[in-house]
Write a protein that binds this ligand. Structure first.
Ligand code: NDP
Length: 393
């Protein structure tokens, strides 16, 4: 019986994790579930799975959560501190699937109890990679990547001579606008950007896939998790989303990880690691699929990829700046205050402005400094609207 906690249980990754747990009720005991605003979902899952604790990030919703859990025996709590307390409750396995920077502190709290952390929240490694890895090392915790590409790299490296890795190739579907003419992209709407050709994911990551900000985060994540130099990380557009990553070794061999675009594979791999259990994912019929296609990414269409390499080159706290500016730019796009291609402009200008302020980027990588630079980068991004971008409405 594995004791599990799910941070971000009401989201896309959280629900896929619960789907797997629901199918194996003897295998898992649920310690804590956390959510944001979806109280009905959180309370229903906490009751059914007999969780000890359910936490909403939103303190104003605590009375609703208490009411929904009445008589269930599940404790209710709310707020940022309560999220960290949920992550600290003794558990064998914690899923980190809160979206955005808000996932960092609870993820660190889970690592401090020396557990296995299944890491879907890519922002943790992007904003605080060295801190996350060092916290895991200090507390004897294990991090398992859940992003499909990084799970694929992890699996393609398992049992291999890691010192012989020459390059890591992560694939990208290209998102909703892969084949749109460049000039049309400026007019793309949030609704159009929020549809994905292959994967069914949360709204923010789906739009980040269309802009390749998601892939940019993954390039940084690859560098932080596997220690791969940026010039050895390649991005390959692969519209079918079946080959998730490839690892190239110095003898010229490439180990590819191939599977259906279903997050339950990567989640299930981490959930059962180091064993492999049967998972309810489609078995690929490669003969029926017939062909797999690949092409190089066009950096004019996806400037985020260039910015990711700049972040790795600058190091220090630059990942936190990149992530914060990206989250703000996405909010501005969702609010229709900037256009789709303006998101990259906002991020690039914010990076230039924050990087130009002496001391910030090179400060110690601590939670306090990351929070401070996150605020600075968000302010900078908000104030860059109008000076560099076209207002839309
Ligand atoms: P969703 O938006 O579907 O879910 C996000 C979860 O976080 C929900 O439980 C949400 O609660 C909760 N949440 C939102 N804001 C806050 C906050 N401020 N504090 C605490 N909790 C909050 O996201 P996804 O499941 O798609 O993604 C989760 C993470 O996993 C992201 O970092 C993403 O990049 C990564 N990831 C996702 C993949 C996917 O296939 N979806 C693939 C690989 C990585 P509520 O809904 O109740 O408001």
């Amino acid at each position: 019986m594995r004791r599990v906690t799910i941070l971000g249980a009401t989201g896309s990754i959280g629900q896929n994790t619960i789907d797997l747990i629901d199918r194996d009720p003897e295998g898992f005991e649920v310690v804590a579930l956390t959510g944001g605003r979806n109280i009905a979902r959180l309370a229903e899952d906490a009751r059914r799975l007999r969780a000890q604790l359910a936490v909403t990030a939103d303190e104003a919703l605590l009375p609703d959560l208490r009411a929904a859990l009445q008589g269930s025996g599940v404790e209710a709590a709310a707020g940022a501190q309560a999220l960290c307390e949920a992550a600290s409750r003794p558990a064998d396995w914690v899923m980190s699937a809160i979206v955005g920077f808000a996932g960092l502190a609870p993820g660190l709290a889970a690592l401090e109890q020396g557990t296995v952390l299944a890491l879907a929240n890519k922002e943790s490694l992007v904003t605080a990679g060295p801190l996350v890895m060092e916290t895991a090392r200090r507390h004897g915790a294990t991090i398992l990547p859940v992003d499909s590409e990084h799970s694929a790299v992890f699996q393609a490296m398992a049992g291999q001579d890691v010192a012989a890795v020459e390059r890591v190739i992560i694939t990208a579907s290209g998102g909703a606008f892969r084949d749109w003419p460049l000039e049309r992209l400026a007019h793309a709407t949030p609704e159009e950007a929020a549809t994905h050709p292959n994967w069914d994911m949360g709204q923010r990551i789906t739009i980040d896939s269309a802009s390749m900000f998601n892939k940019a985060l993954e390039v940084i994540e690859t560098h932080e998790f596997f220690g791969t130099d940026p010039d050895r990380i390649e991005v390959l557009v692969h519209p079918e989303s079946l080959v998730h990553a490839l690892v190239g070794y110095r003898d010229g061999g490439l180990m590819a990880h191939v599977g259906p675009p279903d997050m339950r594979h990567a989640i299930g791999y981490a959930l059962n690691w180091p064993e492999r259990h049967a998972l309810p994912v489609e078995r690929l019929d490669l003969a029926a699929i017939g062909q797999l296609t690949f092409r190089a990414p066009d950096e004019a269409r996806w400037p985020a990829l260039r910015l990711a390499r700049e972040v790795i080159r600058r190091g220090g706290l630059s990942g936190a700046v990149f992530n914060a500016a990206k989250e703000e730019a996405l909010d501005l796009f969702l609010a229709r205050r900037i256009g789709f291609m303006d998101m990259a402009t906002v991020v690039e200008r914010s990076m230039e402005r924050v990087f130009a302020q002496p001391g910030h980027i090179d400060a110690e990588i601590s939670l306090d400094n990351i929070v401070a630079i996150d605020h600075l980068a968000r302010d900078t991004a908000r104030h860059s609207v109008g000076s560099d971008t076209r207002r839309r409405s």
